[in-house]
Design a protein around this ligand. Structure first.
Ligand SMILES: [Zn+2]
Ligand SMILES: [Zn+2]
Ligand SMILES: [Zn+2]
Length: 364
């Protein structure tokens, strides 16, 4: 390995990055601001708004102290640099130390400014102020309403703790690292603006589609924001909302695992060797949907002849299109355990001989 200071620098950079952006491994290890300061932050259920005012302030202070932490660590990791003796170190290190101290002082100054007049200057409380009715009254009533509704068990909540989306009877809330976005249901328009599909892979056991929904308020004092959720949670969200969600014309929302699986199924089938249609054979319409010509043929490709795999050769002529065969494949699976789908065999819809995803060939 390189010198200890290079090793420390790399390790500290990785640690800082993970601490700020919190991947799941860090979260499960408890290395988050929420966890480390949980006794001071109190309970989110008791006072949702107060909790997040404390959490965002603490997060700012902790994140802004990371450069100072690096300097302190280097004092130990590289004793030959004489870092504890500020007058002896190079100009570069002096500048780094001064900048880190400034960053820390500025964030303390900011947090002290926020805390004046019972936290009225905090960005979250200012956001609440925009919803106060009438305008001149304080944000306290809005905070109480949100706190009360957050405690109800019938709220909609999804996402990782650092990027949670919560919908209560009156409010749409999005928790971010340094802020909580708030919109009142009655004056918001929601529209699905984007969708990203993740196929089933060894890393993710189930196929997922992530929807991006824009929450825009007719109240000019409220900034619009984006929320993200899985398409399978979409209907639950719609139930909780009183207003309809508009959808951009090009976004197709897949609400069930089977629909999501279809893309994975098609992608895998395309990787298999194609079936060259004999010139004398005519292809008829798919007998499942009667919409498109049959486009698949089952050929036992998954293993050598004689091995004791469940798959058997199917001698049916091409009868099904890829979508219908994919739906059939998904419908014959254990619906509770989508992670097993790619590896399992199902019977051919016509002759009942078993096939797996490796045996699905597209017709050329
Ligand atoms: Zn079909
Ligand atoms: Zn068959
Ligand atoms: Zn097979």
């Amino acid at each position: 390995m390189e010198s200890p200071d290079a090793t420390f620098t790399l390790a500290y950079l990785v640690f800082s990055f993970c601490f700020v952006f919190t991947p799941n491994e860090f979260r499960s290890a408890g290395l988050t601001v929420q966890n480390l300061f949980s006794s001071w932050l109190g309970s989110e259920d008791v006072g949702f708004i107060q909790y997040h005012v404390r959490r965002t302030s603490t997060t700012l202070l902790v994140h802004s102290s990371l450069p100072l932490g690096y300097y302190a660590g280097m004092c130990i990791a590289a004793p030959e640099k004489n870092l504890p003796y500020i007058h002896l170190v190079s100009a570069g290190w002096q500048a780094f130390l001064v900048l880190s101290l400034c960053l820390q002082l500025v964030s303390w100054g900011l947090v002290i400014y926020w805390s004046r007049r019972q936290w009225s200057n905090h960005p979250i409380c200012r956001t609440l102020q925009a919803h106060a009715q009438p305008q001149r009254s304080g944000w306290g009533a809005v905070a109480t309403s949100i706190n009360t509704e957050f405690r109800r068990i019938d709220k909609f909540a999804t996402g990782a703790p650092g990027a949670r989306v919560i919908v209560t009877d009156t409010w749409v809330l999005k928790v971010a690292t340094y802020h909580v976005h708030v919109a009142q249901q009655t004056d918001t328009h929601l529209s699905v603006t984007d969708s990203r599909q993740h196929q089933m892979s060894p890393d993710s056991a189930t196929p997922t589609q992530i929807l991006t929904i824009r929450v825009a308020s007719i109240n000019p004092a409220v900034n619009s924001f984006d929320i993200r959720l899985m398409s399978t949670e979409y209907s639950e969200l719609r139930e909780k909302l009183h207003a309809p969600i508009r959808s951009a014309t090009n976004v197709v929302i897949h609400q069930t695992i089977s629909e999501l699986f279809l893309d994975t199924f098609k992608a895998h089938a395309e990787l298999n060797q194609p079936y060259m249609l004999p010139s004398e054979m005519e292809v008829e319409l798919c007998i499942g949907c009667l919409q498109v010509p049959a486009g698949t043929k089952l050929i036992r490709l998954c293993c050598e002849e004689g091995s004791d795999n469940e798959c058997r050769q199917c001698f049916c002529r091409p009868m099904w299109c890829l979508s219908c065969l994919g739906r059939w494949f998904a419908s014959r699976q254990n619906q509770e355990r989508p992670e097993t789908w790619l590896a399992s065999c199902v019977p051919c819809p016509t002759c009942r001989s078993k096939f797996c995803i490796l045996d699905v060939c597209l017709i050329r």
